[in-house]
Design a protein around this ligand. Structure first.
Ligand code: PMV
Length: 320
C-alpha cells in the first residue's frame, strides 16, 4: 500500500505549447525532449483506509494548493472509489520556476500510485495518465531522447535514443528562484485565444519535429541546435504576442542567451532553450560542459548553475 518512485525532469527541444482539448489536457502539438539525470523528484504514496482525506506534503510542508490536482491524478490511476493517501514529495531543484518540476512530479506520482495500489499498468498507460495532469510529464517515463506524438485523441510516446546512445550535457542557468507568475495552462489558453502567431505555430510544428528527429537519428548537433533554438524562439514569440503579453524572461535570461551566442561564435558546440520561466538551459557536447558552465556562472544575474547529463526514465525506488 506504499511505494516510492523517482523521476527526472525533461527539457523539450521541440516544445509543447497549446492544448487541443482542455478536459483531457491533450496537447495541440507533438514535442521532443531529453530526460535529465541529476535533478530529481521523489514521490511517496501511501494509501490507508484510516485516512478521511488525501494529504500532500511538499518538502515536508503541507500544501493545499496542489492537492486537488494530485488527488485527481490518483483518482485516474486507482479509480475514484479508493482509499485516501498521504503523498510526500522531495525534490533537489527549485520548483515551479520553469524547470519542468511538474513533469518529474507527476511522472513519479503516477508510478508510485500505480505500484502502491498494485495495478501494474503498462508504461504507455502510465504516461497517458500523467500527461492528463501535466503534458510534459508523459515524457519523463522514458530516458534519453523522447518524442511525444498526438495521435487523434490520445498521445503516443516513442524513445528515439537511450541516454548513452548520444550523451549530451545540460547546464541550467538559474536567473530567479521564485515561482513563475503565470501557470503554463493559463498561459497556453491565452496564447491560443489571442496570439496572431498561434495558428502558424501549430501548423509548422511537424516540420520542426521532423528536422529534430532527423538530427537525433544522425547525431547531428548543429542541426539539432538550429531547430531547437528556432522552435524555442517561436514559442516565446507566441507568448510575447498574446494579450496581455506573457514574458517569462528577465534581464539575465537575455544575458545568458548572449553568452551562448558568444560561445557559439568561438566554435563551442552549445545551444539554448527556455521554457515557461526565466531559466536558460544550455545543451552542449560533454567536452564543452566546463566551459559552458563557467561562462554562464559568470553571466550577470545568474545566481547559480545546475548541471546534468542525460538520464533514465521514471523508476520505482521502493514498494511495500
Ligand atoms: O507540462 P506543462 O503543462 O508544465 O507544460 C510544459 C510546457 C513547456 O515546458 C514550456 C514546454 C514543454 O514541452 O515542456
Amino acid at each position: 500500500m506504499r511505494a516510492v518512485a523517482q523521476a527526472q525532469p525533461n527539457i523539450a527541444l521541440v516544445k509543447y505549447w497549446g492544448k487541443q482539448n482542455l478536459a483531457d489536457n491533450l496537447p495541440a502539438v507533438g514535442s521532443l525532449s531529453i530526460t535529465l539525470d541529476s535533478l530529481w523528484t521523489r514521490m511517496e504514496v501511501e494509501f490507508s483506509s484510516e485516512l478521511r482525506n488525501d494529504r500532500l506534503l511538499i518538502g515536508g510542508h503541507h500544501d493545499d494548493e496542489m492537492l486537488a490536482r494530485v488527488s485527481g491524478c490518483l483518482d485516474q490511476v486507482v479509480g475514484t472509489d479508493r482509499d485516501r493517501a498521504i503523498i510526500q514529495s522531495e525534490t533537489n531543484f527549485p520548483i515551479a520556476a520553469g524547470l519542468a518540476s511538474s513533469a518529474s512530479a507527476f511522472a513519479a506520482l503516477v508510478m508510485a500510485a500505480d505500484a502502491a495500489c498494485g495495478k501494474s499498468h503498462e508504461l504507455l498507460s502510465l504516461a497517458r495518465m500523467a500527461g492528463r495532469a501535466s503534458g510534459s510529464a508523459a515524457r519523463s517515463f522514458y530516458g534519453g531522447f523522447v518524442e511525444l506524438r498526438v495521435d487523434g485523441r490520445r498521445i503516443d510516446t516513442v524513445q528515439l535514443l537511450k541516454d548513452d546512445e548520444w550523451p549530451l550535457h545540460v547546464v541550467v542557468a538559474i536567473t530567479a528562484e521564485t515561482a513563475k507568475p503565470l501557470g503554463s495552462t493559463e498561459a497556453m489558453i491565452r496564447s491560443a485565444e489571442s496570439s496572431p502567431f498561434y495558428s502558424s505555430w501549430v501548423e509548422r510544428q511537424d516540420e520542426d519535429l521532423g528536422a529534430a528527429r532527423e538530427a537525433v537519428g544522425e547525431r547531428d548537433f548543429a542541426k539539432l541546435a538550429s531547430v531547437a533554438e528556432h522552435n524555442c524562439l517561436k514559442m516565446h514569440s507566441v507568448m510575447w504576442t498574446s494579450r496581455p503579453s506573457i514574458v517569462y524572461w528577465n534581464r539575465a535570461t537575455l544575458s545568458c542567451m548572449q553568452t551562448v551566442r558568444e560561445l557559439q561564435n568561438s566554435g563551442v558546440p552549445v545551444f539554448f532553450t527556455i521554457d515557461a520561466g526565466p531559466q536558460v538551459k544550455a545543451v552542449c557536447l560533454p567536452a564543452a560542459a566546463d566551459q559552458v558552465a563557467a561562462a554562464l556562472q559568470e553571466t550577470s544575474g545568474v545566481s547559480r548553475v545546475l548541471q546534468s547529463n542525460l538520464g533514465h526514465g521514471a523508476r520505482l525506488v521502493a514498494s511495500a
